[in-house]
Each structure stands twice: as structure tokens, then as C-alpha cells.
Write a protein that binds this ligand. Structure first.
Ligand SMILES: Nc1nc2c(ncn2[C@@H]2O[C@H](COP(=O)(O)OP(=O)(O)OP(=O)(O)O)[C@@H](O)[C@H]2O)c(=O)[nH]1
Length: 346
């Protein structure tokens, strides 16, 4: 029996890891042994740590580049390594700038096609920002193309973060999605909460001799509204650019780049929350996403900081390593960022 694979795609900060956490918990509740491949643009494994911390799942990590383009050859190797652990289901969480179609094609490689089967390609959209992407990223045509591919490839589109927008915005997003992909199911929700049962229907733990997995019958209702009938260095800086393509090349190859900033090991002080927020906000929309673990003045525990869609959130974490932040952006000035970061510790 082929092992079902679920691909999770969607722009930076749209809610992929939040959904993956729920899927892992539900998989474990059903007695399944899930395998996870997680790809990050940055050199640090923020989301993998979150998953391991809250679900105990071991994660095959592919850091520092995108597996649909610059690190394409690494995916088959990781899948083969994962298969040794005999998973009942495999989740692949892509970077926010990955083309899921390229990943789906990779599953058809001769060494994998007999063992794996694409079960669902899911794309998450950040309701607060999705309508702006084409105009905001007009300087990066590849990125705009990739974001379209994320919509056209999906058989399930989850419009997430509906708590941050008015209902009219959701209707506009539905219209935009429908123009590009009228076949997919679309649900609206927040914190990636959907009915997971249809996604996992028919998937059984190994040893079970039942029928092969099949796609669920739908009914993946969100919590807000359902689709209406539409008729149809010293600073520790290190950057990873997803390079511009040769014309006609496969992959996403956008100009989005990641800079990993670590706190100098010798520094014994702690940062103030406002200082760090100011550091993150000064780059405006060129900083698309930031995440990391830092120590703050006045807080006992390490803090997980996340910037997504220009919103910053903080939560306690038990990360034991050297504090860092990964910054991901479009046309980010790496030198200026590293310089400004170093100034925080001078
Ligand atoms: N307000 C709000 N915040 C959300 C929602 N879903 C996720 N978040 C927050 O948005 C941030 C990004 O969520 P993730 O699940 O990490 O997004 P992602 O797509 O995995 O992000 P990357 O993989 O880093 O691109 C986190 O701080 C989440 O807690 C939502 O529906 N509403």
C-alpha cells in the first residue's frame, strides 16, 4: 500500500505550521505514525523545534533554501530517509515561497512513485494580506507566479486568519481564488481550525489490512463561513537568497531571502520587548516574516517571537539554545539588518 502524502503550502506566515500541529495531534490520536518533512528558508529550525516540543514528532528538516528550486535534489533523499521509519502518513510543509506543483512532481520520481501517493495538496491563505500580494510583490514576478501556483495546484484552500478581516474581504478572496481554481474546496477559518477527519479518512496504521486510503468526501468545514455557491557574522548574520532563474526553469526562484541573526554568545544582557519590536518594524514590508527565540528583560522564560503580516506575537518557549531571529524578506538589505542587529548589543 502506498503511503499517503499531504503537502502544505501557502505564503510566509499563513498558518501552515499551526495546521500541521493539529494534523500531527489528530494523527497520533488515531494511532498513526506520522512522518514530517519541513523545509525552511532560514538556517535555523524554528518550526521544527515547535513541532517537536509540542507533539514529540521527529522531523526531517531541510533548512537554508527552498526544496522546489535551490535544494530540489534533497527532497528525494529526505523522503527515502523518512520511509525507513515506516510512517503511515507523510506531511511536507513547504517554505512560503515554494511551488507545490514541483513537489508533487518529485513524488513521481521512479524511486518514490511505487511507495508514495499524493493524498492532498493544501494551500493556506492569510486573509489579512492575500489580496495585496500581486501589487505588493509586483517587482518579483516569480514570486507572484509562485503564489498563483500555490492556489492553482491545491485541492483544498484554507483561507486562514479570518479573525483579522471583515466578511467582505473573505468574499473578495473567495472570488479571487475561484477565478484561478474553481475545482478546489475552499474553507474559511482562523488558527487553521478545520474538520480534519475528511483529510485522514481511510488512512490506517501499518499492519491494518483494509482498503487503500482515499480522499475524504469533503465536509472540511471551517469555523467561520463555508463557501457559498459561486456558480460553479559578529552579529551572526547569514543570508540565503533564492536565486533568480534561468528563463523557463522549474521552481519558485523568487528574490525572497533569509537572514539568520544570532545573539553574540558573550552577551550577558537581555533585550527589551520594545527595542526588538522597533528593530523588526523598521524594515516595513520588505521584512515579510521573522521568527526566533530570544531572552527579554523581565521575563523568566525564553520567548518565541513571530512577525507575520506585520503583526508581532510573543509566547513563552523552553528553547535551550543560543537565542536568534530569522528574518525573511524581499530585497532585504542584509548589511543594514546585520548592522542594526549588532547595535542592539553594543
Ligand atoms: N490572528 C491570527 N493569527 C494566526 C492565525 N493562524 C496562525 N496565526 C499566527 O500567525 C503566525 C504564523 O503562523 P504559522 O502557523 O507559523 O505560519 P506558517 O505558514 O507556518 O509560517 P512560515 O512557515 O514561517 O511561513 C503565528 O504567530 C501564529 O500563531 C489566525 O488564524 N489568526
Amino acid at each position: 500500500m502506498k503511503i499517503p502524502v499531504i503537502i502544505l503550502s501557502g505564503f510566509l506566515g499563513s498558518g501552515k505550521t499551526t495546521l500541521l500541529l493539529s494534523l500531527l495531534k489528530e494523527s497520533k490520536r488515531r494511532g498513526l505514525n506520522p512522518g514530517v518533512i519541513m523545509n525552511e528558508l532560514g538556517a535555523k529550525d524554528v518550526d521544527g523545534y515547535i513541532l517537536q516540543e509540542s507533539t514529540g514528532t521527529s522531523v526531517e528538516k531541510l533548512l537554508d533554501g527552498c526544496i522546489c528550486c535551490s535544494r530540489k535534489e534533497e527532497l528525494p533523499r529526505s523522503l527515502t530517509a523518512l520511509l525507513v521509519r515506516r510512517p503511515d502518513i507523510i506531511y511536507i510543509e513547504l517554505t512560503g515561497v515554494a511551488d507545490p506543483d514541483e513537489i508533487a512532481k518529485s513524488l513521481l520520481a521512479p524511486a518514490l512513485a511505487d511507495r508514495l501517493q499524493l493524498h492532498h495538496a493544501i494551500t493556506l491563505l492569510d486573509a489579512e494580506n492575500a489580496l495585496e500580494y500581486s501589487s505588493r510583490f509586483s517587482s518579483d514576478k516569480q514570486l507572484v507566479r509562485t503564489l498563483r501556483k500555490q492556489i492553482t495546484t491545491a485541492d483544498l484552500i484554507i483561507v486562514n486568519k479570518s479573525d483579522l478581516v471583515e466578511p467582505e474581504t473573505l468574499w473578495k478572496i473567495e472570488k479571487m481564488v475561484y477565478k484561478q481554481n474553481s475545482e478546489s474546496e475552499i474553507v474559511f477559518t482562523h488558527y487553521s481550525q478545520i474538520n480534519l477527519a475528511p483529510l485522514l479518512t481511510g488512512i490506517a496504521a501499518r499492519g491494518f489490512k483494509g482498503s487503500a486510503p482515499r480522499r475524504g468526501p469533503g465536509n472540511i468545514s471551517g469555523t467561520v463561513l463555508q463557501r457559498m455557491s459561486t456558480g460553479s557574522s559578529s552579529s551572526g548574520g547569514s543570508a540565503t537568497a533564492v536565486h533568480e532563474p534561468e528563463s523557463g526553469a522549474d521552481g519558485s526562484f523568487s528574490q525572497v531571502a533569509a537572514v539568520t541573526l544570532t545573539v553574540p554568545p558573550a552577551w550577558a544582557g537581555s533585550l527589551r520587548q520594545e527595542e526588538l519590536e522597533q528593530f523588526l518594524r523598521q524594515w516595513g514590508y520588505s521584512l515579510l516574516r521573522a521568527k526566533g527565540h530570544v531572552r527579554l528583560a523581565g521575563r523568566d522564560s525564553v520567548q518565541l517571537v513571530q512577525l507575520a503580516g506585520n503583526r508581532i506575537s510573543w509566547e513563552a518557549s523552553s528553547y535551550p539554545g543560543q537565542p536568534y531571529i530569522v528574518c525573511i524578506g524581499l530585497n532585504l538589505d542584509e548589511k543594514a539588518i546585520s548592522h542594526s542587529w549588532a547595535a542592539l548589543f553594543s
